[in-house]
Design a protein around this ligand. Sequence first.
Ligand code: DGY
Length: 424
Amino acid sequence: MSTRSEQARAVLRANDRGGYCVPTARLYPFQWNWDSAFVAMGWATFDEARGWREIESLLIGQWEDGLVPQIVFHAPSDDYFPGPEVWGISRTPPTSGITQPPVLATAAARLWQGAKDRATSEERAAAVYPRLLASHHWWANARDPQGTGLVATLHPWETGMDNSPAWDAAMARVPTDTVTMIRRRDTSHVDPAMRPRAEDYQRFIHLVDAFRSVAWQPARMLQISPFKVADIGTNAILLRAERDLLRLAGRFGSPRDRAEIAERITRMEAAIGRLWDPALGLFRCFDLIGGAAIPVGISAGFLPLFAGAASTEQVHVLAATLDRWTALVPWLVPSTDPGHASFEPLRYWRGPVWAVVNWMIATGFADAGNTTIATRIRDDTRRLISTGGLSEYFDPTNGKGVGGADFSWTAAISLLLQDAGVKA
Ligand code: DGY
C-alpha cells in the first residue's frame, strides 16, 4: 500500500469518534451530512462495514419527516459555534434544523454496487433504502412543494458553499441583527483570512434565529426565509442522487417508488436545463426571491455533468470554460471563476479548490466521455494533496493547503483517487 493511502487511512481513523468521523478535530467536532457521504465512500475502499456504519450513524439524526440534518451532535463539544443550544432542537442526539447537499444515496449505491462482501451489503443497503427514499421525499415536499423540478435552499450552510460570491446579492437582503449572541470558535482554530467574515456570520445566525422562531416547520421556513435560492450544486447533486436511488429502488423498492423517482428525474432534468447560461458557459444558480438568475461563475456550475444533465454541446462549452479558468490559475478547480471580481484565493468558498468538488466534476466529465479533462482534474487533485497535505481546501494560485488540516473528506477523495479496484 502506498504511503499516501496509509496517511489517508490514518486520518480517517484519527477522526473516527466511534462509528462516525468528525470532518477534522476541533474546527468541526460533530458529524456533518455531506462530509459523511464522501467519508463513507473513502472507508469503503478498505473497510466496507465501516463505510456502511458512517451512513447509518448519520441516519440516526434523521427526522420523522425525512430531513437528514446538516449536523448531528453525537457528543458535546465547546469547540464549535453554533452548538445545539442555538438550534434549540430537542432530539437525542440533538441536530441542526437545516440540511446539506444530498450525496448520501450516491454513496450508498456506490457501496452497494462495489461491495466485495455481497451478503452484508445487500442487508445494509436494504435497511437504509427506505430512509434514503424518505429523505428524497422530504426534499420534494419541503423544498419543492409546487413540483417545479428545482429544490429551494434556505441557508448558505445548506449549500455547503457558505460564503460563495453566488450568495452575496441574495444575502444582502438578510438583516444582520441576531437574537443569539455570536461567539465564533472557527477563527480561533483557523486563520480568519480563510474564513467567512463577521457580517456573513451575523446573517447566517439571523437565519437560524428566524427558523427557530417558526419551530423549524418546513412550510413556515419556506414562507418566511429572506434567503431562498435554487442552488445549482444542490440541485445537480440531488438529480444524481435520484438516479442512484432509482438503481437501489430497482433492487429494494416497489414499482410505485420507481415511478415516483423517475417522475422527479424527468422534472429535474428539464428544470436544470433552464439554468444553462450560454454567456457564462456554465450552469448558474437562481434567486427565488429576486426572481432572477445569479450571474456568478462558481465551480458548482459544472456539477450538472455529475448529474448527467449536460448535452453534448454543453459538455464542450463547459470544457472551454474550464480552459479559460486554467489560463488564470494553475490549479483546478477554483470554487469561484478566477476572472470574477469577488474571487479570493484563500477565503473558503470564494476561490479555493475543494477535493470533493473536483472529484464530482471529474466524474461528470469522465461520464460524459471527456477523459482528458477528467484526468487533468484528478491529477491536479492528487498533486494538490501530495504537496498541500490532506487539507480542507487549497489555494488555486500556488497549490498550498489551507483551512483545517487532516481533513476526513480530503482523505476520502485521496483514497477514491487511488482505489484501483473501483472507477475513480
Ligand atoms: C461551518 O460552520 O463553517 C460549516 O460550514 C457549517 O456547515
